[in-house]
Every structure is written in structure tokens, then in C-alpha cells.
Design a protein around this ligand. Sequence first.
Ligand code: NI
Length: 162
Amino acid sequence: MLDILTYGNETLAKKAEAVKEFGPDLSAFVEELYTTMAKGKGIGLAATQVDRLLRVFVTGVDEDKLRVFINPEIVATSPEESDFEEGCLSLPGLYTHLTRPTAVKIQAWNERGRPFTLEADGLLARVILHENDHLNGILFIDRLNPVRRDRVLAQYLRRTRM
Ligand code: NI
């Protein structure tokens, strides 16, 4: 299992680099991401969170298969938005409501170097948008208005520093 970086680690705020080489090393890394996500009881995990600045994330939403997205590009998001309580393995114990587009169309490559396009909605769309943000150094709390962001972050920091 890989160590998961938590809030305050500056790597979480960095932009990840495109994957240039597909092969056994990448496949092994993807397997490690799946294992780490499962052990952390997460439904998504980005490479950035395990200290690898590569454009790779995995999802494991209930009732959906495990998925990997390499060098992903968000092609479109729905004008409709929905509000849902979100969390992150890099901010353990912090859950807060956040508004995001309800559906997303994404293009990416799998670990064998095959391109695919996926249209997702509901929880999978939300996880995809959350994990894609990690690749750009954005945490879900960064999408809250500044007042709410400061409030939930202060609560989190009080709790984790006790
Ligand atoms: Ni996260």
C-alpha cells in the first residue's frame, strides 16, 4: 500500500505531468493505486495523492467496475449541477457539501494505452471531477467559497492537531 499525502503537503497543490510511457511499470503503479484506494475505503484516488505527479487517477464507485484514467481530458460538463457531500482521502474526516456539474464527458487512456471516451453522471461523474482536479493541484475545499473553505479547514486543522 502506498502512503497517502494529507493536506499541508505541497505536492497536493502541484500540477501533474502527462504520462509518456505505457508499460509494465505503469500497470504495476495502477494496481498499487487500486489497492491503496481500497485499503483507504476511498472511491477515487489520484497519483498526486501518493506523491507521484503523473496524470493518472482511479475510481471505484459502488456498483461500477474499477476504472483508470490516464492523461484525462474533460471534454464537456453538463449545465445542470447537483449538490452532494464530498470527502477526500487527503483530508480524512472532512466532509462537506459541494456543487458540481451532474454529468461529465471525459476522454482518457487505459493502462494498456487504449484511448476511450466515457459519459458519466451521478456519483461517478462527481468522483471523476474531484480526481481530475487533483491532477491540477486543486482540492475539493478549494471549490468552496472562501468563507466556507476557511471554516471547514479550521475545523479540520483543530481536529487533526489535537
Ligand atoms: Ni481527493
